[in-house]
Write a protein that binds this ligand. Structure first.
Ligand code: FCB
Length: 452
């Protein structure tokens, strides 16, 4: 029989994001965010879904936190909605917004749950988008001002802080592919956005240190492993470029203090307008971080091609049998490879801040959700995580995506990632089979043979 024991101080938990669960989009003085605007423009989100109500977590957080406790969650990742705190992005603080997060965090602490706070999970105040959004250098300073307010308000209560979540998705999906808010389609803008996101990150870390905050601060990245689709030299090079665009472009400046030279040159040759670098930017961006958040869902199989400009790559059909409801290939070995690669190339302490899958869940006649596919997904990925740790990856915790079904951005409510099912018409919560299974893994730290 197999066992996968994790260390006693390994942290177990779950993640969620403000916009995806809170609802109450215009309550208690909250300002409009770019995601409110994006949803309210018809045609952007599947089925015309919006975040107006979502899981109504804004009103039901006590019930939700009780459920987290019941499942054995030790760390819960939440994000702060910037426009709840600053409805116009800067200027006057909305005290009701601040009070909401103070209450949520106190409630978690009273229930023995450690809050892990993400400052930016994509819901930029619309007013700041009107002023150029992240393409505007000033947005990075406004972000640092907002971060400072949150540090002060939650001082001493939060052990883990993250600045920006998945800058690559914000820059690329939001500003290059245009399939997420704010819906811009320009690669050069995306690189300028990326640069300012990284500056915003660095400026917030600087404030954190200057304010003498306790706890740890880091950034969260998205890590598809890029494999060459064949052994051909041109495909190998294509995979290096794909990885350069998605991973190295965002992590090298933070950890190594510079953009990857091969990519910089490649983009110049493709006629891309590169970001404006000002004196001091490098130093700001490369502030020392305490940990790196790793989000892993799937891997990419890459070949040289013309589908994607400016990297000049195409994505090949992945050599796997199973795909999730998102159409993402299930490839747990890619998780192992991602963790080992971060350890090897960046040598930094990691926390897995997202991992999970969307599957077609149904409530059966007994009122239960038997999501075996999700149990299998988590099972297989945790085994790879265990293997990576055995082989030297310094991973300190694992947070599943997500604690509950929620608003999956442009896909709306159709795609369910939760370990708790949400019946949207009634807002009833049903713990799925995967939630029960995960709870047992947490309580036994993986030591029980029957779980594997
Ligand atoms: C990640 C996002 C998260 C969720 C999952 C499925 O990229 O951070 O909000 O949408 O994907």
């Amino acid at each position: 029989m197999r066992r996968y024991p994790f260390k006693e101080d390994f942290l177990w938990g779950a993640s969620a994001a403000a916009f995806q669960i809170e609802g109450a989009w215009d309550e208690d003085g909250k300002g409009e965010s770019i995601w409110d605007r994006y949803c309210h423009n018809p045609g952007n989100v599947a089925n015309g879904d919006t975040g107006d109500v979502a899981c109504d977590h804004y009103h039901r957080y006590r019930e939700d936190i009780a459920l987290m406790k019941e499942l054995g969650i030790q760390v819960q990742r939440l994000s702060i909605s910037w426009p709840r705190i600053f409805p116009r992005g800067t200027g006057k603080i909305n005290q009701k917004g601040l009070a909401f997060y103070r209450d949520v965090i106190d409630c978690m602490l009273e229930n023995g749950i450690q809050p892990f706070v993400v400052l930016y999970h994509w819901d930029l105040p619309q007013k700041l988008q009107d002023a150029g959004g992240w393409a505007n250098r000033e947005t990075a300073s406004w972000f640092a001002d907002y971060a400072q307010v949150m540090f002060e308000a939650l001082r001493g209560k939060v052990r883990f802080w993250a600045t920006i979540l998945e800058p690559q998705v914000i820059a690329y999906n939001g500003n290059w592919m245009g399939n997420m808010a704010p819906g811009i389609k320009d690669f050069s803008t995306a690189l300028q956005v990326a640069h300012n996101l990284l500056r915003g990150h660095g400026l917030a870390v600087k404030r954190f240190r200057e304010m003498g905050m306790t706890g740890e601060i880091g950034i969260i990245n998205y890590f598809p492993t890029a494999y060459p689709a064949t052994e051909a030299e041109e495909d190998r090079k294509a995979a290096v470029r794909h990885d350069g665009a998605w991973t190295r472009w965002f992590l090298d400046p933070v950890v190594k203090g510079r953009y990857p030279e091969d990519m910089w040159r490649w983009y110049q040759e493709q006629g891309v307008v590169l970001p404006e670098l000002c004196p001091g930017d490098r130093e700001v961006i490369s502030q020392k971080i305490d940990f790196l958040g790793v989000n892993y869902y799937y891997s990419d199989f890459v070949k040289a091609g013309t589908d994607i400009w400016p990297t000049m790559v195409s994505l090949a059909k992945p050599p796997v049998e199973q795909f999730t409801q998102m159409g993402w290939p299930v490839y747990p070995e890619g998780f192992y490879d991602a963790l080992m690669r971060v350890q090897r190339d960046y040598g930094i302490k990691m926390i897995v801040t997202e991992n999970g899958g969307a599957f077609h869940d149904v409530v059966n006649w007994k009122g239960e959700v038997n999501d075996d596919a999700r149990v299998n997904y988590l099972h297989d990925h945790l085994i790879q995580l265990h293997r990576a740790i055995q082989d030297g990856a310094d991973v300190r915790g694992y947070l599943v995506w997500s604690i509950m079904d929620n608003f999956e951005w442009a896909f709306g409510y159709e795609k369910r990632f939760g370990i708790v099912y949400i019946d949207y018409p009634t807002q009833k919560r049903i713990v799925k089979e995967s939630g029960r299974w995960y709870g047992k893994v947490i309580r036994s730290r993986g030591t029980k043979e029957e779980l594997w």
